[in-house]
Design a protein around this ligand. Sequence first.
Ligand code: NAD
Length: 380
Amino acid sequence: MAKKKLNVGMIGYGFMGRAHSNAFRKVSNFFDNEYVPVMKAACARDADKVKAFADTWGYESTETDWRKLIERKDIDAVDICVPNNLHKEISIAAAEAGKMILCEKPLAMNAAEGEEMCKAVEKAGVLNTVWYNYRRVPAVSLAKQLIDEGRLGKIFHYRAVFLQDWTISEDLPQGGAGLWRLDSAAAGSGVTGDLLAHCIDTALWLNGSMSNVTAMTETFIKERTHTATGKKQPVRIDDACAFLAHFKNGSLATFESTRYARGHKALYTFEINGEHASIQWDLHDLHRLNYFDHRDDSIVRGWRSVHVTDGDMPYMGHWWVPGLQIGYEHSFVHQVADFLGNVAKGESTSPTFRDALETQYVCDAVLDSAKSGKWEEVGK
Ligand SMILES: NC(=O)c1ccc[n+]([C@@H]2O[C@H](COP(=O)([O-])OP(=O)(O)OC[C@H]3O[C@@H](n4cnc5c(N)ncnc54)[C@H](O)[C@@H]3O)[C@@H](O)[C@H]2O)c1
C-alpha cells in the first residue's frame, strides 16, 4: 500500500506529550495504515526545553507559540496536550484553520465550552478525537465486545472507582507543571474532570447514557500556596467525589474518586453485573479481564481471570505472541492507529468531540448536584 503522510504538530511536552509522542513513533511499526504520522513540530513556551524534547522524541521542528503552529501550512493535525483551560481556545483556532484535532481529555472545563468546541469542529468539518485512552486497553475493549454480544444480559449495576494518594500533603502547592490539576482556573474541577471523567467515558461507552446523578464532593485542604504568586490561595477543586447515577437502560451506578486514598496510585477499577454474567477490570493489572458466567456448569463455575493476550483479542494480533502482555502506553498507540485508519475513511474517531461532550454533561451534573444536594438531570 502506498503510504500517505499525516503531519502532526503537538502542543505541550509533559506527561501526555511523552505518551503521545511515543505512540506516534511506534504506531507504524505495528499497524499497517495508509497514513503514517510525521512528527513535524513540537510546541511549548520554553524554547530550550521544547528543543531538547523535540530532539529526544524526533520532532523535525519546534514552536513556542501554539498560534504559530496552527498557522503552519505543513501541519495537518494538531495534538493538544496542555492543561484543560487551553483546550477550547486551541481547538477552535485549529478547527478554523482546517486542522484535524486530537484533544486531551477532559474535552473542556465544562459543557458550555464543550458545546462551542463541538460546533467549531463540526462547522469546519475537521476530523477529531478525544484521548479517553482507556477504551483502547485491550481488556476494556474486550469488555465492550462481551457486553455488545449480549453475554452479560440485562445489566443491573455499574461500579467504578479511581483512587490516588498524591495530594495528601498540605505543603503541595497549586499551579505549574502537573500541579495545575489543583488550580481550578487551569483544571476546571478536581477529581471529577481529571479522574472520574475517564470512568464516565468508559461507562457511557460500555453501558450507554446516564439520566441523572446525585453527588458529594469534598475539598480536604482549603488553601495551598500558588506557584505563580507564592501566596496561599483558596483551593477550589474537588479533592474527592462520590456519586450515584441511573443509566437509561435501568441500571444503577456508583462512582468514587479521590486523591486522598493512601496506598493507591492509580487504582481505576470497574465492575459490571448483568443477569447472566459479571465483569471486572483493574488498571493495576490492566491486561486481565475477570469474567464470571452463571451459565457455566455449576461444578466449574467461578470467576475466570482472562489473560488478554491472544491474537484474536482486541488489538493483540498486532503485538507479540499469545501470553505476552502489553501495557499502558499501548492504549495511546491504539488510539493513533484507529485515528489513522479513520483518516483514510474520512471519519472522526471515537470518542469524538461530540461523544466527549456527553462526559462533560455528566461532570457538570455531578458538580451541580454536589452544590445543590439534589438529584440532577444529565444535560438539562
Ligand atoms: N488520557 C489520559 O490518561 C491523561 C493523563 C494525564 C493527563 N491528561 C490530560 O492531558 C492534558 C495535559 O496533562 P499533562 O499530565 O500532560 O500535564 P503536564 O503538566 O505534564 O504537561 C502540560 C504541558 O503543557 C504545557 N503548556 C502549558 N501552557 C502552555 C501554553 N500556553 N502553550 C504551550 N504549552 C503549554 C506545559 O509546558 C507542559 O509541557 C490535560 O488536559 C490532562 O487532563 C490525560
